[in-house]
Structures are given as structure tokens and as C-alpha cells.
Design a protein around this ligand. Structure first.
Ligand code: HEM
Length: 429
């Protein structure tokens, strides 16, 4: 087992299929997003909010980022927080199926400008996220009190519910079924990116960075202050935006950005003080995530203070945040969490009694370091090309293709790990 896992309630872990289906499906939807960017070419950058580009964005944000985060939370809430997600098997089956299908329907509607498909895709995605928010928040309420990670998960779920409502209004506006488009899309993006993704990655990092990367723990102030500042900035920005006060909105957004920068710098500082010196793909993926977050904030600042600088800065900020920050942190987590879930499952099946001797393969036999590292190199190249496409939109095509290959490879490596575990179980039987 991995060091640093003391304190986890592993006996409360859900059945393997509950989280695993999310983690094994998600990379292939991300690969679809890469192909969509490749097909769009420079228009992905220059017409970022046009239907086809928003469709590609949701293959990634719904199909990959949110898919993995839902699967991971179904595991983390019981194991880290000691909580119980009600009807976890049914929730997992329903949410997974809806999250796999809805980005395709929503994407087709947005890309082809078909109001009925846009509304149907939005309704399917909304059903998935509403079920997940309700089950997740019910799970949070049953967790032991006082854990920072659980508190961050709860706040991220509330942000997801709000962002979902804004996204629905934006989608209905696009489908020309309701309310004017005005600020719904902007609020939706802010709450999804900073609230759902930002707060959740922060809260999960406090748990998994020390555990998987052998770093010292985050000091309490380095956990609580950035999270509080991030959410205060987000609320302040929304209120000021709704009231039409641009300077206050910009200042509040600045507070949220500083909170994320503080989180990235604290994580990099902890990684520099890690106890183990061995190279590790998860560590490098999280380093890449934190550097990409800092770069995203820099590009976002340029886009905000120089609106005349063109759409490339906002594109670079968005891709560095979503593919570079969220995508790398998720990738690093998948390299560890998937082999660990498989290992735990095999251990339960093969060692039900003390003294049982069947051999359980080690985590690195399930997903060898060299293969994870090869995938990570491709992923880093994809992130760099995607960001550079902001300055040179012609790079969007190769960037999308490299991203598609990198995410397919991630899916293949995780599937190979699952097959290796299945073979080991069959051999032991
Ligand atoms: C029910 C689910 C969702 C619906 C109905 C939805 C709907 C939409 C719509 C209609 C837009 C266009 C905004 C505009 O017109 O200004 C949009 C943009 C966006 N959404 Fe969502 N969304 C959903 C889920 C998500 C999730 C889960 C995320 C992130 C984790 C996300 C992130 C974004 C981003 C980043 C953009 C901007 C796209 C770009 O810059 O190309 N959305 N969404």
C-alpha cells in the first residue's frame, strides 16, 4: 500500500465499479474534444464563443473534467470523510450514463445550431449534475465534521449547483427558448471554472499532494485563507457584475486570482520539500498543473487589462487553466488513483482472510512509471501547443491532434491497468 494512507477509511470504499467507470471513460471524451479542436482549426481560437467551439469545450469540461471529478468524489467522500453517499451504485450508474451522453447531444446542438438538441443536451447534463449535487451534498452532511477537504468539496458542490443554473439559462437563451443571453454565460463560466474546478482541485490537493507525493502537509492557513479568498472574490465579482460596477468586479476577480496563485505557490513550495527524491510522473503532472495555473492567471490578467489585445490571450488563459491546470492535476491523480483502486479491489478479493497468500501486483506493475511518463510528455506538448495557438491560431489543428493522441493514450494506459488487474485475479482464481 502507499505510505501516508493512515487515517483513510478504506473499509468504507465503494465497490470498484462505482468510481472506476467514470475514470476509465473520461479520457476518451477528452480525446473527442481534442479532435473537435483539430477539426475547427483557427476558428476554435478566433470564435471562442461560437457554437462549435463551445461544443468542443463541453466535451472536455463535462465529459472529462466533471466526469473524473464526480467519480473521484464518490470515492473520496466515504474514504476521506467517512461519509455515506446515498444509493451510490444507482447514482453512479445514472450520473455516468448521463455525463457520457449529454456532452455529445449538447455539443451537436450547439455546433449545428439546433435549438431542440441544445435544450435536450442541456437538460440531460443538468439532470446528471443535479443528481450528483444532491447525492454529493447529502454525502458531505454525513462526513465527520471539521475536515478542510470535506468543507471544500461541499463548497465546490454548491458552486456547481449555481454554475449549473447559470449554464441552463445560457443554453436556453442560445436555444432561443428563454431569457436574453446577457450575463448568464459569464456567470456560468466564472462559477464553473473558479468555484467548481478551482475550489475542488484545492480541497483535493490538501489530501492527495501530501499523500501521493510525500510532501509535508499544507499548513492550516495555506488551506483556509486561499479557499475563503477565492470564494469571497467570486461572490464579490458576481454581485458587482450584476450591479454593473466594473471596477469592483475587476478588483474582486483579482482577489480570486491571487488566492489561486497563493495555492499554486504553496503547492510548488511543498513539492520542493518532499521527503522522497525518486522521480514520479504524478509529482511532475502536479508541478505542470501549478505552473500552468500561474501562466493562466498571467494570460488572464493581460486579457483583462488590454481588451484590445485580441481573443488569443483569453484563449491561452482558458486552455492553460482547463487543459494545463485541471487536466494535468487530474492526469497526475489518475496515474495513482486508478492503480490504487484496482489494487484495493484485488486485495479485498484475494486476501479475505489473514494468512491468504495469493500475490497482488504492485501499483507500478499495473501502470508502469515509464508508460505514465511517456503519456505525460505528450500531454505537456499538447498544453504548450494549445496555449501557443492563442498567438498563432494555425497551431490549433496540430494542438488538437496532439491533445487527442495524449488523452487517448491516457485512456489506453488506464484500461491496460484494469485488464492487468483482471488477469491477475483470473490467474489467482
Ligand atoms: C448542464 C451543463 C452545462 C450547460 C447547460 C452549459 C452551457 C453553456 C453555455 C450555453 C455556454 C455558452 C455561454 C455563453 O453563451 O456566453 C457555456 C460556456 C462555457 N461553459 Fe458550460 N455548460 C454546462 C456545463 C459546464 C461545465 C461542467 C463546465 C466546466 C467544468 C462548463 C464550462 C464552460 C466554459 C469554460 C464555457 C466557455 C466556453 C468557451 O470559452 O469556449 N460548462 N456553457
Amino acid at each position: 500500500m502507499l505510505a501516508g494512507m493512515a487515517g483513510l477509511a478504506l473499509d468504507r470504499a465503494p465497490p470498484l465499479g462505482v468510481p472506476l467507470r467514470f475514470l476509465l471513460t473520461a479520457p476518451f471524451l477528452a480525446a473527442g474534444a481534442g479532435l473537435a479542436v483539430a477539426a475547427l482549426g483557427p476558428a476554435a481560437v478566433t470564435a471562442r464563443l461560437a457554437g462549435p467551439a463551445v461544443a468542443a469545450a463541453h466535451l472536455y469540461t463535462l465529459g472529462f473534467v466533471t466526469m473524473v471529478m464526480c467519480g473521484a468524489l464518490l470515492q473520496l467522500l466515504p474514504v476521506v470523510g467517512g461519509g455515506t453517499v446515498p444509493a451510490q451504485r444507482t447514482v453512479a450508474a445514472v450520473v455516468h450514463a448521463l455525463l457520457a451522453v449529454s456532452p455529445l447531444v449538447l455539443g451537436a446542438g450547439l455546433a449545428l445550431g439546433t435549438p431542440a438538441a441544445t435544450a435536450a443536451g442541456a437538460a440531460l447534463a443538468a439532470a446528471a449534475l443535479a443528481v450528483f449535487c444532491a447525492a454529493g451534498l447529502a454525502g458531505v452532511r454525513t462526513c465527520a465534521r471539521g475536515q478542510d477537504t470535506v468543507r471544500a468539496i461541499g463548497l465546490a458542490l454548491v458552486a456547481l449547483a449555481l454554475a449549473l443554473a447559470f449554464g441552463l439559462l445560457a443554453a436556453l437563451a442560445r436555444a432561443r427558448w428563454a431569457v436574453p443571453a446577457a450575463p448568464w454565460g459569464t456567470f456560468h463560466q466564472g462559477w464553473m471554472l473558479l468555484g467548481w474546478v478551482g475550489a475542488l482541485v484545492m480541497g483535493v490537493a490538501w489530501q492527495v499532494v501530501p499523500m501521493f507525493q510525500m510532501t509535508p502537509p499544507y499548513p492550516p492557513a495555506a488551506r483556509r485563507v486561499p479557499l475563503a479568498a477565492l470564494l469571497a472574490g467570486l461572490v464579490g465579482w458576481s454581485v458587482a457584475r450584476a450591479a454593473g460596477s466594473a471596477p469592483v468586479a475587476a478588483a474582486a476577480l483579482g482577489v480570486a486570482a491571487l488566492a489561486l496563485a497563493a495555492f499554486a505557490l504553496a503547492t510548488l513550495a511543498l513539492q520542493a520539500r518532499r521527503r522522497r527524491r525518486l522521480r514520479d510522473a504524478t509529482l511532475d503532472a502536479w508541478r505542470l498543473a501549478m505552473l500552468a495555473l500561474l501562466a493562466a492567471l498571467g494570460c488572464g490578467l493581460v486579457a483583462a487589462v488590454r481588451p484590445g489585445a485580441g481573443p488569443g490571450w483569453a484563449w491561452a488563459a482558458g486552455t492553460l487553466y482547463l487543459a494545463g491546470f485541471a487536466g494535468s492535476a487530474i492526469t497526475g491523480m489518475l496515474y495513482k488513483i486508478v492503480p490504487f483502486l484496482l489494487w484495493l479491489h484485488m486485495h479485498r478479493r484475494l486476501h479475505p482472510r489473514p494468512g491468504a497468500t495469493a500475490r497482488v501486483p504492485h501499483l507500478r506493475e499495473l501502470l508502469p512509471e515509464a508508460r505514465a511518463r511517456r503519456q505525460l510528455r505528450l500531454h505537456a506538448l499538447a498544453v504548450a501547443l494549445l496555449a501557443l495557438a492563442g498567438a498563432w491560431p494555425a497551431l490549433a489543428r496540430p494542438a488538437g491532434l496532439v491533445a487527442a493522441v495524449a488523452w487517448t493514450l491516457l485512456g489506453v494506459e488506464l484500461a491496460r491497468a484494469a485488464l492487468a488487474a483482471r488477469r491477475a485475479l483470473a490467474a489467482a482464481a
